[in-house]
Design a protein around this ligand. Structure first.
Ligand code: PHE
Length: 446
């Protein structure tokens, strides 16, 4: 982060909210359920929970610590800390890969954010009223097949993201999220309640929590690991950038536990809302990225008060996506700002335009370019694969290895405020369990 803008979070609460705002988004409500469905359910969920706990928490702490010490954008932070501790410049790559990943993710994230925006209007006009699964799924498929429609919504979502970042009103957005996030949680609970009324709630729970270990293979391990990074905004320099605003007094471990707990809660609630509907209507859990946009409209079309509840849901989902997308744009903008002569506003528009253009390729993979494939993946899936399953875990690995092996450990212990046994446990996790976990998953995929 550039020094001239350097302030600090007003309080630990403010920081928790901003970090949670970045973490909770489409990853929890759109991506987690459809990946769970594609990966066969509970085995994926349990590995994901393990990854979040033993890899996510320590890497979150590591990224915040690096950001707080470096006080710059991720690339410069890593370069500076490496120099201070007598290590090579190549550590800057960890930051650089993260910023590139953020840029790539924003491109397709904005496409899905656009879907959420489009569905606000559909819900408000009662577009799901009384429709059955075929009608709702057909409607969604036709939506995907109209690239100009997708483009309009993708453009609107990206424009909102760029506008918020360029006008520097992200703090306002984050303040608003104090209200919006709890409201989203509340609606999810209402939907979980609806799930209970479908008669298939237990089937949903079983799918989510009773593992069929035969479904566990190297692919599922990698999917769960990658999603742990994606959902916690790790490996992208995002949390590092946030950490650079963090006051000395904030307890990193405690804060990480809070953020990870909240993030996981949102994801599991989304799962408990969606899978009962999947089984009640005989839908295919493995149907892919459209899962949320077919299941929840079915609920809105059949429940009492479905129009206001549905409208509010997609509005809040769009909002949650926005608090995540602004955090994706931020590190790219900071880097451009510090490395090029561009001012803040121009840097923001440039980064946004680039990501928007790439997003067009992503949205075309649902229609005209569905046949454009590399390694059997379309452009959308390829962007997701390369970022979530390769770049994020690698950048995260770099961050934790640097903190656990390259920093002066006395300072780290003081910073974490841990006694001897606590710090021994930290070292065990940060030096061995987390990095070896990542390496193991990669290795099993080779
Ligand atoms: N964590 C966000 C989500 O789950 C996505 C995101 C990734 C946001 C990376 C910022 C950085 O939706």
């Amino acid at each position: 982060m550039s020094r001239k803008f350097h302030g600090h979070w007003s309080s630990r609460l403010g920081f928790v909210l901003a970090a949670t705002g970045s973490a909770v988004g489409l990853g929890n409500i759109w991506k987690f359920p459809y990946m769970t469905g594609q990966s066969g359910g509970a085995a994926f969920v349990l590995v994901y929970l393990l990854c979040v706990t033993f890899i996510g928490v320590p890497i979150l702490v590591a990224e915040w610590m690096l950001g707080r010490r470096g006080q710059r954008n991720p690339v410069h932070t890593m370069a500076r800390l490496a120099r201070q501790h007598g290590h090579g410049r190549q550590w800057a790559l960890v930051g650089g890969m993260g910023v590139l990943a953020a840029f790539l993710i924003l491109s397709f994230y904005s496409v899905i954010g656009g879907w959420a925006l489009a569905y606000i209007g559909k819900a408000a006009l009662g577009g799901f009223d009384g429709l059955d699964k075929l009608a709702i799924a057909g409607d969604f498929e036709r939506f995907l097949a109209r690239p100009m429609d997708l483009l309009r919504w993708h453009t609107l979502f990206m424009a909102l993201t760029v506008g918020v970042v360029a006008l520097g009103v992200s703090t306002g957005i984050e303040r608003a999220s104090r209200l919006m996030m709890p409201a989203l949680a509340l609606i999810l609970l209402v939907l979980v309640g609806y799930g209970m009324s479908t008669g298939s709630f237990l089937a949903g729970l079983r799918f989510l929590f009773a593992p069929d270990w035969s479904r566990l293979d190297a692919q599922v391990l990698l999917a769960a690991l990658g999603h742990a990074f994606f959902t916690l905004s790790l490996g992208m320099g995002v949390m590092m950038a946030y950490g650079s605003y963090l006051g000395r007094e904030v307890d990193l471990l405690r804060t990480a536990r809070t953020v990870v707990f909240l993030d996981t809660l949102f994801a599991l609630c989304a799962g408990m809302a969606i899978f009962p509907i999947v089984f009640a209507h005989g839908l295919d859990p493995a149907s892919g990225p459209g899962l949320v946009f077919v299941t929840l409209p079915l609920a809105f079309g059949h429940m009492a008060g479905g129009v206001p509840v549905g409208t509010l849901f997609f509005l809040l989902l769009g909002f949650a996506a926005l608090t995540s997308s602004i955090s994706l744009l931020e590190p790219v903008v900071e880097l451009l700002e510090e490395r090029t002569p561009l001012g803040r506003a121009t840097a923001t528009v440039t980064a946004g335009l680039g990501s928007w253009a790439l997003g067009i390729a992503a949205l075309l993979s649902f229609s005209l370019w569905s046949g454009v494939r590399l390694f059997d993946l379309n452009i959308f899936d390829l962007l997701d694969y390369v970022t979530s399953k390769l770049m994020l875990p690698l950048a995260g690995l770099g961050a934790i290895v640097f903190v656990a092996w390259k920093l002066d450990q006395r300072g780290v212990r003081a910073e974490l405020g841990l006694g001897r046994p606590g710090f021994a446990l930290w070292l065990l996790v940060a030096r061995f369990i987390a990095p070896l976990g990542v390496v193991f998953v990669f290795w099993s995929n080779l």
